[in-house]
Design a protein around this ligand. Structure first.
Ligand code: AMP
Length: 369
């Protein structure tokens, strides 16, 4: 394809390429179709939730340069629905088409140490942290940060995987061994009161729009519910959105981001807001926007990466989003029979434990406009 002027909007009929075939890709594809755009999925699986609802799908590995090049040349912009896209994959794609969010945003978010250094460089508070490559590093970091603390792999951790809580310094060796020598960081334990997230978008011209802050409840390290609005003083919610903007400007970000915050108890010294991590993509804690806002996070992401005007982030209802994990999905018909509840199923066949099969959103207090 001819290189596109990055500030010019992609017209309806253009093709969005999406790396990854999961439920986030599926909901992005559905949103793109709503805007008259075509979607081409690239994933290693023959069939996938995203491919089922898209115009075209390529089955290929993330290491296959020829296949990636052909894919990039067949689309007008490439985005992704998971953050562990290999750096080399993003580089190959960016040689042939627009990649949004940028490979830099991807790289920073993939490494917990780089991510924390980047955030603190912007003046944003994070958990106290120290790099750990050896047992001696870990012992020194524990002496500095104290216990409890959490040892996390720098890369490829999600939903609590690749992390070990350390309650006593004497447990250092066992924790270090559990990560099997992977480069790691030690994080001081943040005595948070609650966890919230901000879903926001930034367009190529730098315009910014954030949704209302959602409050997250996890079970077994997996998101269970998101409630909006979060029970949070308005000034803190505004600050969380401003911190998100600072981060996005710092990355010259294009697309939707999901930023997870810890809220420290009132009376703690310093800011009560601390960023845990960010995902350079649409986020599970933003699914409520599909049913409680005019423009969902998925449509917003497509708008941003295609250079369209960002849509309204106004929330017309309060909402609670509940994930359907594993066999939870068997209750689909009772959810479907419940008033004010919207059901979303991802078309996955095998309800393995821990697998995200769908979600439901219940809306309350619909506000007349
Ligand atoms: P993560 O994979 O970093 O999102 O961590 C998963 C969950 O572990 C978070 O949602 C928190 O509930 C908890 N957690 C992670 N890091 C810390 C920390 N430094 N202090 C306290 N709790 C944490």
């Amino acid at each position: 394809m001819t290189q596109h002027n990055p500030l010019e909007a992609l017209a309806p009929g253009s093709t969005v390429g999406i790396l990854g075939g999961g439920q986030l890709g599926r909901m992005l594809a559905q949103a793109a179709a709503k805007l008259g755009l075509r979607v081409h999925i690239y994933a290693p699986e023959e069939t996938s939730p995203a491919a089922e609802v898209s115009d075209k799908a390529t089955c290929g590995t993330y290491e296959d340069a020829a296949s990636l090049t052909a894919f990039a040349e067949s689309v007008d912009v490439v985005t992704y629905e998971f953050e562990n896209v290999p750096g080399e994959t993003a580089r190959i794609l960016a040689e042939h088409t627009l990649v949004r969010p940028s490979p830099k945003a991807l790289a920073v978010s993939q490494d917990r140490l780089d991510e924390k250094n980047f955030l603190t460089g912007l003046g944003i508070r994070t958990a106290p942290f120290a790099p750990v490559d050896t047992l001696q590093d870990l012992e020194e970091a524990l002496a500095k940060l104290g216990t409890p603390a959490i040892l996390k792999t720098r890369r490829f951790g999600y939903d609590g995987k690749g992390q070990v809580k350390i309650d006593r310094s004497a447990d250092a060796k066992a924790a270090f061994d559990a990560l099997k020598g992977a480069p790691a960081i030690l994080e001081g334990f943040v005595p948070f009161e609650k966890e919230v997230s901000v879903i926001a978008a930034r367009a190529p011209d730098g315009s910014f729009a954030a949704y209302d802050v959602g409050e997250n409840d996890h079970r077994h390290h997996i998101l269970h519910t998101t409630t909006v609005p979060a029970a949070l003083p308005a000034a803190l919610a505004d600050t969380a959105r401003e911190m998100t903007r600072t981060l996005m400007d710092g990355l010259d970000y294009v697309g939707v981001i999901g930023v997870e915050f810890f809220i420290l108890p009132d009376g703690e010294t310093g800011s009560r807001l601390c960023i845990n991590e960010f995902a350079p993509r649409v986020h599970n804690s933003g699914h409520w926007t599909m049913d409680a806002c005019l423009v969902s996070q998925f449509e917003q992401h497509i708008r941003a990466i295609c250079g369209w005007p960002l849509g309204s982030t106004k929330r017309h209802s309060d909402a609670v989003m509940l994930n359907l994990i594993g066999t939870d999905v068997e209750a689909w018909s009772s959810h479907a029979a419940t008033p004010d509840r919207s059901v979303h199923l991802y078309g996955k066949h095998d309800p393995r434990p821990g697998r995200k099969m769908g979600h439901v959103t219940t809306i309350y207090h619909r506000q007349d406009r």
